[in-house]
Design a binder for this molecule. Structure first.
Ligand code: P1T
Length: 377
């Protein structure tokens, strides 16, 4: 079936108990067993029907065999990193969400898992940065907040022919969503999401997801999901399921609005540089065109006048709310260096304090442009 149909139906047949068309919120911690051990579900951390529906739905949308749901995007990332052992190395994009950098450096390095960062759009640099103990290559594309694009298929090919044990290729697909980009089909092994963003889509839930094909890795991750226990509640799973139903129409509007706003910003006299994969001026525009079916709702731009000016603009918008996070129907504005990316301050991943990030919502684009125009006047 087509993506739009799967978004509404995958993993969600009418409920077997009463025929409810919308997957019920199974708000129960435990399940009565007919005889000891004889039950489809026994305890809600291990599994519950609302979570099962979400896991099956995201697996179908990413074109994978297995889906797993977590209490947050970071919990999903943490679970994937638990596949590593002391002495292993992760090679990651040199621009990632601040929390991702933080878990690499301040959580996993303590346990002997090292990490380094590379420009993923430079394949020679990626090849040169691989180490004999690199067991995982971690890509964000587009990246947060610089909107860099990596060629997933080219990196998968590169890893296939590199010497030594082939590292797992993990793609954080949060910025694109599976509607715009499906990394497994391009050769990735594991996809992770902060479903808090476009999948949930309404800024009302925190959630994380993993999708993969490999049965053995799935068995390990499923074991960890239960053993560690960073699971989402049934209501959270319901909210993400409901959000996903409109993902295709939302992503179309996010992308159309963002393309117009990016072009408008590019011609604004007080803007130094606009970072948006849909603009022909974007260094990896051609890769984005091949790999994505539209360019999403995230834009970053550098303003003339320095950090003070960036802060002033971010505090003056009215329709765009000054807030962290992204991917909801409502537009948000922030300054990453002072907000979402404080964890990368004084690191090689540090972002310019003059950079403003927009999460373009699905309001009328003319209202959004008018709001930015008055804030920048
Ligand atoms: O916030 P959480 O659901 O735990 O997801 C973490 C995460 C993972 N990956 C990417 C690419 C992300 O952008 C995030 C969260 N990002 C923000 C909160 C933000 O404003 O950038």
């Amino acid at each position: 079936m087509y993506f739009e149909t799967l978004a509404i139906h995958a993993g969600q047949p009418p409920d077997p108990a009463y025929g409810a068309v919308m997957t019920p919120i199974y708000q129960t911690s435990t399940y009565a067993q007919k005889k000891m051990g004889e039950a489809i579900y026994d305890y809600a951390r291990t599994a519950n029907p609302t979570r099962t529906a979400l896991q099956e739905c995201i697996a179908a949308l990413e074109g994978g065999r297995h889906g797993l749901a977590f209490a947050s995007g970071m919990a999903a990332i943490d679970c994937v990193l638990r596949l590593l052992r002391p002495g292993d190395h992760v090679l990651a994009s040199n621009d990632v969400y601040g929390g991702t950098y933080r878990i690499f450096k301040r959580v996993y390095e303590v346990y002997g898992v090292s990490s380094s960062f590379v420009e993923m759009s430079d394949l020679d640099a990626v090849r040169a940065a691989l180490r004999p103990n690199t067991r995982m290559v971690w890509i964000e594309t587009p990246t947060n907040p610089l909107l860099k694009v990596a060629d997933i298929a080219a990196i998968a090919d590169l890893l296939a022919v590199a010497d030594g044990i082939r590292p797992l290729l993990v793609v954080d697909n949060t910025f694109a969503s599976p509607y715009l980009q499906r990394p497994l089909a391009l050769g990735a092994d594991i996809v992770v999401h902060s479903a808090t963003k476009y999948l949930g889509g309404h800024s009302d839930v925190v959630n994380g997801l993993i999708v993969l094909n490999d049965d053995e890795a799935h068995a390990r991750l499923k074991f960890l999901q239960n053993a560690v226990g960073a699971v989402p509640g049934p209501l959270d799973c319901f909210l993400v399921l409901r959000g996903i139903k409109t993902l295709p129409v939302r992503m179309e509007r996010h992308s159309a609005n963002a393309l117009k706003i990016a072009a408008w910003l590019e011609s604004h006299p007080r803007v130094e540089r606009v970072l948006y994969p849909g603009l022909p001026s974007h260094p990896q525009h051609e890769i984005a065109r091949r790999q994505m079916c539209a360019f999403g709702g995230m834009i970053s731009f550098i303003v003339k006048g320095g950090p003070e000016e960036a802060r002033r603009i971010a505090e003056r918008t009215g329709v765009f709310a000054l807030a962290e996070s992204l991917g909801g129907v409502e537009s948000l504005i922030e300054v990453p260096a002072a907000m979402t990316h404080m964890s990368v301050a004084n690191s090689p991943l540090q972002v310019s304090p003059s950079l403003i990030r927009l999460s373009v919502g699905i309001e009328h684009v003319d209202d959004l442009i008018a709001d930015l125009a008055q804030a920048m006047a």
